[in-house]
Design a protein around this ligand. Structure first.
Ligand code: 2AM
Ligand code: CA
Length: 290
């Protein structure tokens, strides 16, 4: 018999006594909480609107925009010199060329719109030129308002769920692994490519999940709830914070070729080192001669 899968709580180790856990930056945390409270109220309303003839579409668009504005205002007030890239507005250059916020005020919009309780807020800080002239994510927060869970990471200082240190799962066998993915929708993305990968991966693993918030998918890989994740076509705001979370939890994040270009190539494969290498082989096989 295989051992029972260890719960996140067991895998996440509390901070060692005396170790100072700083938490996500106060501006990040408080703006996410404030926008999260508004989203929770709006989500309750959306559940009512499901049965109305008008439907919740416009209402959700407004909720999404309002959440971004709330976050943007709080962040810009706290760090006026940073640039800003959000899903709703266009990019804003900051005075400080080494820092910009990357924000998704509502990741999992389709869930939200349908009254499905699975969505998040993602806030990252990026140094657009980084150490080697390559963009570098320096902090990341993925906040789930419905559970009040804050997954956060700081480059070089680890990944955390509240004050519990996170580690990616330690599973080594694909046959025991639960892998999350995102499926191309409504003409977006390459369905043929996704289908090839699915055809190669699904028969080898214990289960596939498609939950609809890439930011949370990555946070859950960092927390060891998922053993891996792949999706293509993601935007920086969907995945910037989540990528840092996985890396700081000891995982690997690459594009489908296995290089450190996930955001640039809009291809994301994340897992622990052993499963990443196994999944990468399956992907490479599936995409050969396509
Ligand atoms: P969003 O909720 O902020 O739009 C899931 O596959 C990822 O793709 C999510 O992070 C989601 O971000 C994004 N996405 C964009 N449009 C989508 C759609 N119509 N259906 C599902 N996901 C979508
Ligand atoms: Ca998103």
């Amino acid at each position: 018999m295989t051992p029972a899968p260890s719960a996140t709580a067991a895998r996440a180790r509390s901070a060692a006594p005396g170790h100072h856990v700083s938490g996500p930056g106060p501006a990040q945390a408080s703006s996410a909480r404030r926008a999260g409270r508004a989203l929770l109220k709006d989500f309750a309303e959306v559940e009512q609107l499901q049965v109305s003839t008008k439907g919740p579409g416009d209402f959700v668009t407004r909720a999404d925009r309002q959440a971004e504005q709330t976050i943007r205002e709080a962040l810009m007030e706290a760090r006026p010199s940073y640039g800003f890239l959000g899903e709703e507005g266009g990019p804003v250059e900051g005075e400080d060329p080494t820092r910009r916020w990357i924000v998704d005020p509502l990741d999992g919009t389709t869930n939200f719109l349908h009254g499905i309780p699975h969505f998040s807020i993602s806030i990252a800080v990026e140094d657009p030129h980084g150490a080697q002239g390559k963009p570098e994510i320096t902090t990341g927060l993925v906040y789930q308002p419905l559970t009040d869970e804050s997954f956060w990471a700081e480059k070089g200082r680890g990944a955390w769920l509240q004050d519990q240190r996170l580690r990616v799962s330690s599973r080594r066998d694909l046959s025991e692994s639960v892998i999350a993915t995102g499926i191309p929708f409504m003409g977006h993305g390459n369905f043929v490519e996704w289908n090839r990968i699915f055809g190669a991966v699904a028969p080898e693993i214990a289960g596939i999940r498609r939950l609809g918030s890439a930011a949370l998918d990555l946070a859950w890989v960092a927390a060891g709830r998922f053993d891996g994740f792949w999706e293509s076509g993601l935007q920086p705001w969907d995945c910037a914070a989540g990528i840092l979370l996985v890396k700081e939890a000891g995982g690997f994040v690459t594009d489908y070729r296995g290089t450190d270009m996930a955001i640039e190539r809009k291809q994301l494969l994340a897992a622990n080192d052993v499963l990443h290498s196994r999944l990468h082989k399956l992907l490479a096989g599936a995409l050969r001669n396509q």
